[in-house]
Design a protein around this ligand. Structure first.
Ligand SMILES: CC(=O)[C@@H](O)[C@H](O)COP(=O)(O)O
Ligand SMILES: NCC(=O)COP(=O)(O)O
Length: 238
């Protein structure tokens, strides 16, 4: 089974644009769960441009599905907030401070020692760890050496390549997924997954445990409504 974790960053973006509490981020998260989402993902950034650190505490208290916190472990209050809230999963992402969104996976060879320390710290706190990586078997193999439980494959290149040549776009992800299974890593994926490209990804990637989807899903909800949209995404994963 592949779990759908809804990334609610975009709900917080909308709320922050007016400075009030509409839409209410916590209520949307609870509704996502009610509508069938099996997890909630947030990606607090140091400038708190969407999810605020306080949201993370508020969400942890109320949501009952799997809580996944993504972000750069060395920036802002990320480490403090994750260790205080103890989510089900932390996903380590090497975000640059000025990037519009996540734009690369870890170089797990170069950052091996740093990642080993981080993985140990979060695992000792009882948090499952996932490392965001590109679809490259060398990066996957080195991720396994850090002791991480899972990796999250960074799917932007798949999403970009899908419309013109989906077989070519998926090929490196199949290789990376097979490597992950071979070295005993759990497998997540995310970034720019959508109603258009999700089913083919799911059908071709062995052992896919979880996808986290935000941008496209929230945009689709403008047309189909949140409940319908979540059901539509869940159907792609059957
Ligand atoms: C880790 C990742 O793939 C990102 O998609 C991220 O979680 C979304 O972050 P933004 O909403 O800040 O673009
Ligand atoms: N980890 C990826 C994620 O949470 C959502 O990414 P996107 O669907 O907003 O691109």
């Amino acid at each position: 089974m592949t779990k759908l974790s809804v990334n609610i960053n975009k709900i917080a973006t909308l709320r922050n644009s007016r400075g009030g509490d509409v839409p209410n981020v916590l209520q949307v998260a609870l509704d996502c769960e009610k509508f069938g989402a099996q997890g909630i993902t947030v990606h607090p950034r140091p400038d708190e441009r969407h999810i605020r650190y306080q949201d993370v505490f508020d969400l942890k208290e109320k949501i009952c599905t799997e809580f996944n916190i993504e972000g750069n472990p060395t920036e802002g209050r990320f480490e403090e907030v994750v260790l205080k809230t103890v989510p089900a999963q932390v996903t380590l992402v090497p975000d640059a401070l000025n990037a519009i969104t996540s734009n690369a996976g870890w170089d797990t060879v170069r950052h091996q020692a740093q990642l080993k320390e981080l993985v140990k710290k979060y695992k000792n706190a009882g948090i499952r760890v996932s490392i965001f990586v590109d679809a490259d078997p060398i990066m996957v193999e080195a991720a396994a050496e850090t002791g991480t439980d899972r990796i999250e494959l960074y799917t932007e290149s798949y999403a970009k390549g899908y419309p013109s040549d989906r077989e070519k776009a998926i090929a490196p992800f199949v290789v990376a997924a097979e490597k992950a299974l071979e070295v005993g890593l759990g497998l997540n994926a995310g970034h720019d997954l959508s109603l258009e490209n999700l089913a083919y990804f799911k059908q071709n990637i062995p052992g896919l445990l979880e996808v986290s989807i935000g941008h496209a899903l929230i945009a689709d909800a403008l047309y189909y409504g949140l409940e319908n949209t979540i059901q539509m995404y869940l159907r792609q994963l059957q």
